[in-house]
Write a protein that binds this ligand. Structure first.
Ligand SMILES: Cc1ncc(COP(=O)(O)O)c(C=O)c1O
Length: 449
């Protein structure tokens, strides 16, 4: 019998001269995620994707083909394995906001832990894998956010999926901001999930009302700072709605911890509120903290429950001990020394003034993440490649990570960037855009001076 899908236009992707799938014509969605691909056998699916990504590599779209020869600091030394060429780029593509990943005290703490504990934890935390370092880190996190207890996971992704999968049962619902991180989306089965419009309080209230009669327990889930937009959740109003409709609140502080708030402690600190308005606080140790790992903090009952109910906690080997020692040291630095955060905010203000004066659309960005919204998939991809050739590392963010109309170049500012590096980032952005689309500035923007 003939395959009913064989005539589907989906499978007649336009090819380049050398037989690859033309990466300028398709997005990851069409070649990786489209549900119609389910009808193909595994080998065919992999072959299609390989044909696409090979063309993306030829066009230098996939930055991950290159590898770095140094740490994630303000300059990245990248090697292209195809040509063996090395390039030095100003790094606007890092979440190491406070540049703590290479801080001497942080590195020394990791080295000491490595010498003391060795390379591996040997078993899961729930059996015998828990070490002094993990216990101290969990206590430090709980105390930092003023909760009773905390749990550290090997990554922020595992923390989000682990917490949500562990908590939600058939009678429960997660009411999730539609821009929340993939790890939150993946933590909740669709039957337990309702999305609301991004940071839109009327939409949130409508959604809560809709869920109210159907579910016993409602958890509202938001990011403190949104990873692709750099804007901040409207915590005061969200808290008001949680109280009004008896919902629990979970906040992912991945891009907020270390960055926003008078003391760098995230969203509650930013709004001058106490953390007790947040029932479940989740975060990562991989961004401003400069290490890797994730955590959840809350009441002793919540944490005890999750220790057993959260499968990505229960069934995995305890996190890498030097990473936890590094994170512990970094958190102590954040709490005792505000100078890096001040430097970061000076850099944010400086860069923001430049991009706004230049007329760029940065949406509602308020933090160290600058979405340069161009709204054109290929212009974003080609300009990002061009920026790399011109000495600046930035990230192209396109569909399905954001909507097609919101395609953007994401440029992150970090604390140790010099004025020269910030200037270079801006100038290279303008220069590369002008090279890719010569009429871009005459039609939309002021030319940089
Ligand atoms: C908002 C948000 N939450 C969670 C994560 C996952 O954190 P990790 O990289 O530690 O797994 C990320 C990282 O990309 C993120 O941006």
């Amino acid at each position: 019998m003939s395959n009913p899908m064989s005539n589907n236009p989906l499978f007649s992707f336009e090819r380049t001269e050398n037989g690859l799938i033309d990466a300028r014509k398709y997005t990851l969605y069409e070649v990786l995620l489209d549900p119609r691909l389910d009808t193909l056998n595994l080998d065919k699916r992999q072959q299609l994707f390989y044909d696409f990504i090979s063309d993306a590599n030829r066009l230098k779209y996939s930055a991950n083909k290159k590898y770095a020869q140094n740490g994630a600091n303000t300059e990245r030394i990248l090697v292209d394995p195809d040509s063996n060429q090395t390039s030095r780029l100003v790094n606007f593509a890092s979440n190491n906001y406070l540049n703590l990943a290479t801080h001497p005290q942080v590195v020394a703490a990791a080295m000491e832990a490595l010498e003391t504990f060795g390379a591996g934890s040997g078993s899961s935390c729930i059996t015998t894998g828990r070490t002094r370092v993990k216990s101290e880190l969990e206590q430090e996190i709980a105390q930092t956010f003023d909760y009773e207890d905390a749990l550290v996971y090997p990554s922020g992704f595992m923390a989000n999926t682990g917490v949500l999968q562990g908590l939600l049962r058939s009678n429960d619902v997660a009411i999730v901001d539609m821009y929340a991180h993939a790890s939150i989306m993946d933590g909740v089965e669709n039957r337990n999930k309702i999305l609301f419009q991004h940071n839109d309080m009327a939409s949130l209230e409508r959604t809560i009302k809709r869920a109210d009669s159907q579910y016993a327990n409602k958890i509202i889930v938001v990011d403190g700072v949104y990873s692709m937009d750099g804007d901040i959740a409207n915590l005061p109003e969200i808290v008001g709605l949680c109280k009004k409709y008896r919902c629990k609140l979970m906040v992912d502080e991945a891009h907020a911890f270390g960055v926003i708030g008078k003391h760098g402690l995230g969203i509650a600190d930013h709004f001058g509120m106490s953390n007790d308005v947040i029932d479940i606080l989740v975060g990562t140790l991989s961004k401003a903290i400069g290490s890797s790992g994730g955590f959840v903090s809350g009441s002793k009952e919540l944490i005890t429950y999750l220790k057993y109910a959260s499968r990505p906690y229960f069934f995995t080997t305890a996190p890498f001990i030097p990473s936890m020692a590094a994170a512990l040291e970094a958190i102590r630095i954040i709490k005792s020394d505000a100078s890096r955060r001040q430097q970061l905010w000076e850099n944010i203000a400086y860069f923001k003034a430049k991009v706004l004066t230049g007329g760029f659309n940065i949406g509602a960005a308020q933090t160290a993440i600058f979405p340069i919204i161009l709204g054109n998939h290929h212009l974003v991809m080609d300009t990002t490649v061009r920026m790399g050739q011109n000495g600046v590392l930035a990230m192209g963010v396109v569909y399905p990570a954001v909507s097609r109309k919101q395609a953007r170049i994401r440029m992150n500012v970090t604390a140790e960037m010099s004025r020269e590096q910030l200037d270079k980032g801006y100038e290279v952005l303008c220069q590369s855009l002008a090279q890719e689309q010569p009429d871009y500035f005459s039609s939309t923007l002021n030319l940089p001076t």
